[in-house]
Structure formats: C-alpha cells, structure tokens
Write a protein that binds this ligand. Sequence first.
Ligand SMILES: [Zn+2]
Length: 440
Amino acid sequence: MTGSRYLLTHDRHSVLVDCGLFQGVKNIRSRNWKPFPVDARDVSAVVLTHAHLDHSGYLPRFMKEGFRGAVWATPATRELAAILLEDSAHLQEEDARHANRHGYSKHHPAEPLYTADDAQRVMKQFRSTGFGEPVQVGPFTIRFSRAGHILGAACVRVECAGRSITFSGDVGRPQDLVMLPPEPLRASDWLVLESTYGDRLHPSEDAAEQLAAIVNRTVARGGTVLLPSFAVGRAQVLMHLLASLMDARRIPDLPVFLDSPMAIDVTGVFRHFNADHKLDAHALQRLDERVTCTRKPEQSEQLSSSRYPKVILAGAGMLNGGRILHHLLAFGADARSTLVITGYQAEGTRGDALLKGARSLRMFGREVPIDCEVTQLDGLSAHADYAEMLAWLKPIGQAPRQVFVTHGEPVAADMLRQHLARELGWSACVPEQGDEFELD
Ligand SMILES: [Zn+2]
C-alpha cells in the first residue's frame, strides 16, 4: 500500500520508478531503515509518478545511501516534492527527538531517517519534463502522461529494446472538481496498475450538497466546522467547494480559514500550473477573497479561542498531528460544532477511531471528550474506483501481455485482478513485495 518502488534493469542500466516511504504503523515504517536491496550508486535515475510521500518520500534517504543520479518528474511534481519532502524531514527529526527524550529507540542517540538539509540537497538532483516529452536515460525512453490524481501526477511509460511497460502511479477520476481526467493510455507490453479502490465503488452523493448541509446546520447552532484535510489536493477542493457554495448563496458568507502553512504553499503551486487543473484565474481569485490564510502559530491560536461560527481547514487529514489537534481541543467538546472527516483514515489513527464511534480521543497526554457532531464527507477521493479504472483502460483495446496489480490492500488488489480478467479478458497477477520478473 505504501513505499512504492519499482526497479527496472536492462544490461547494466537501471532506473527506479517511484521512491516511496513506508508509512503507517511502526513495523511498516521500520522498513524504511532496511538497506536498499541493490547498491543505490548503481541506479542511474529515479522517475517519480507524483509527489505523495508514499511515492517520493524515500528520496532523501536514497541519496544518503549513495544515489547520485537524476530524479525525473513533471514540473508540478518537482515543486510539490520540495514542499512535501521538507515537511517529511521535519517529522523525521521530530520523531528522533521524541525517541531520544523518552529513550525508547534501539539506537543511542536515535537518528532521523533524514534531515531537512538532506531533503533540500536531493532537490538539486531533480530534472523536470512535461507530459508527452520523451526523456532518454541509458537504454530507456521515458514519457509522462497525465494521471489526474493530484497536481503533476503522471503515468510513466518506459520503452527499451523494442518493449514497453507502463506504470500507472495513482490514477485519478474522470470527473473531479479540480483535477483534469486521466489521459487515455497507449497500449504497452506490460502494465503495473494501482488498486487502492480495486474492490470499491465511490458513493454517488454530491459532495457540494453534503458540505452545504453540514455547514448550514452547524452555523444554525452557532458552531464551528472543522475540516481536517490533506495539504495536497483535498484542501484546495474543499476551499473551492466552500467558495462556490457561498457564491451560489447555498451557505451564508462566513469566515473560512486555511490554517496550514503547507496547504498554503501547495495552493501557491496551483497558481504556477494553470494548464494542469480546472481552477481558472477567476476561481483562484475567489479563493483569495473567500479564504483567509493563517500561517503564523499565533494566528492559529486565535482561531481556537474565538467562538463565532466559521470554517477551519487544517492538517493533518487523519488527525495524527498538526494544528487540527489544537482546534479539536478547543471545539471537540462543543456540541454546536462539527468535525468533518474528509478522506481515507488509516487503521489506528484518531480519525479511524472516531469513525468507529469513539467519543473521546487521547491528545496532549490526556483524554479529550468529543461531544461535537462527527460526520463524514464522501465523494472527494482522488483515486479511481474499479469501475472508473476499467472504463479508463478499456479503450486501449490491445491487452498487455501481463498486468501487475500493486499498491492496494490484498483484497482490493485481488478483486481488481478478477475484474480485469472478467471484464477485459486481461491476464493479471498480484506480485509480492520483492518479487522479480523477466520481461522479454
Ligand atoms: Zn498518491
């Protein structure tokens, strides 16, 4: 599910497609500390499908292991990666400090996986190329095509010695509020396909309608709406929805705060790549008018102590840290307020506990009662479900010789494998981590 990395070799050349961090519970995160299975100095280049850390977050560590080649990415992925890798480095440093303070690390002193300095240094290895432009790395010709998942996200097609293989990366949806749809894929000999939603269909409810109802009933009670949100994509969709609802007078004009320095930076990247998403100059200007960015910690604290109705967007999306926790401390016990869970919640996170009915949360060393309304906003996923995936693949016509179904929970991956076989007649398998295949 996380730690996406594929090593492709031909003769003595090799490229790594994605260089992801393992995220989640501790025994999964500990895989980040294992030595890379081949010598990092022998890898000529890394090719990134997109900037999410489960696809890019191992890069600074890979550089520390000796990787000196180029990192190829689309221009938007390169800008987003600079923001996300730096944030990831700060979290790694914080973890190490925490471990040292409480003395629970096996290593003394505990070291971060990488530092902010490492994250900045690896950015010097980045090279960017637009969608459709070929790049030559040794015997490999590499091309990006739009995947529609987040800003800059690409599918990667690699041609070598008369053969071709495509890595889907994470695939977006045909109808997204902000992202353009994934481009049709060209036929290739092999396909590596993600399967996050391989066993599910997204609900058909209208997210705008749901959000309007949530805001209206919270405002009627005199409460505050808390929107924990991921900095890339989700925060921008929510701001766009709120601004549109206010313009259409479906919710009252009320203060909306983007209380996340990282999401503020990411929104800035959207302005640099107008052709890569659906927010035109007018829509972006409306965000400026409707949304107040609070970058400084003291501004954030002020929001927590004010009682007028408002909407606060803050990280982290799964309530596993970030400024949202201070707001939850302030508004969680307020029965007039609403906490809106807006995306996938990994097992063991506070967001997951709330969805399973918890009415108190452990935060800042104590148990905090949650008496506010807790609700979920569906329909904002940035991953295609299996029906959308099949509809996207079907026009290729020509079956790949083999599909490798990856990047999903085991059940989701196997269900997608079955859908591919049944509905498209494609031969597919679900590889294990570490498997090797001869493509000839
Ligand atoms: Zn992703």
